[in-house]
Ligand binder design. Sequence first.
Ligand code: SF4
Length: 387
Amino acid sequence: METYFIKTFGCQQNIADSERIASAYEARGFSPAPTMEAAHTIILNTCVIRERAEEKVYGLVRNIQAGLSGNKDARIVVTGCLIGAAAREPSGKMLKRITKRLPEVELLPLEDIGFEHIPKRAPGKSASIVISNGCNNYCAFCIVPFSRGKERSRPFAEIIEEAESAVREGKDEIVLLGQNVNSYGADFLMEKIREGEEYALHDGSRVKPVFVKHLNRHRVPTLFPHLLQAVARIKGVRLVSFLSANPWDFSSELIDVIADNKNIDRTLHLPVQAGSDRILKLMNRWYTRAEYLELVARIRKKIPEVSFTTDIIVGFPGETLEEFEMTCDLVRSVGFDRAYIAWYSPRPGTKATKEMEDTVSIEEKHRRQRELDGIVLRLAGRGHLVK
Ligand code: SF4
């Protein structure tokens, strides 16, 4: 029987995607191999968020093809963000470059996998459920809108059905995943929006389009608070968490839903990225430092037991020492439980790479990362993860 092995790089969404890839392969008659060495087909689910992650894929393919992994003859399938970014890059240069660097491998776009199979989940009590894919925000440093494309939300009923089926499987913790979970559903009916028009939601209630400051236009309100509440109220769900939520879509309605449902995780991941308004604007992040701090205060007032984790980039193009200090100061003000601190790495196609000079030296980026690290560590009284 044909066997497969999946090697996953990157984030929790990639891990969830790999669970769908596994079930799609098994539906085609493949069975899982215990190790990469034992597999007829090796599937590499890639990440391109940083250059280092991308290079790891090329290195692994070289090693497999050179026989270092012990099965030189295995078929190699490359999927995930690297393929998504290459397929969407309009000049075709990226696709040419990766085809050259990955000879004799099969390229599999994630779109070919779909959602029709129940994911093959890892053992344990937790089930990750992808609620949306892609992103429309185009933060200046981020390759995700290019690698995963425009934001597409999965149908509400399909997600609830998947959560119920996970509970039937014995899972009691649900993790809702998306690049911008709290804009879930905003893409529904987008093309039909007319100011003031009302829309019927899944439960029959009607909502009006809302004005969204950072988009400077009206759109269907995000349905995430409704979805989160519906999942939290499924019988047998002990804990619901979500990743990642962005500050600009964190509505009062969402805060109320979290406050009202005690089984929604009280640790919220709220990426801030920088503490200076000038850098936030250059990053194309749609909030100011004051707005972020005000949001944190508003959430704390409603949910006193809440704790926060965050993402931060140090050494963004043009970041001065004073601006870096403002990030340190913001970190001290919030007192994050944990911070995922990355130093800026230019990614192809992004605004920062195309239009900004990478002015901060690598040594200085590392120094800033270490310093900020130390601050987070001291305040939280424990370790952190560095991206
Ligand atoms: S919100 Fe910004 S950082 Fe997050 S995936 Fe979208 S573009 Fe990237």
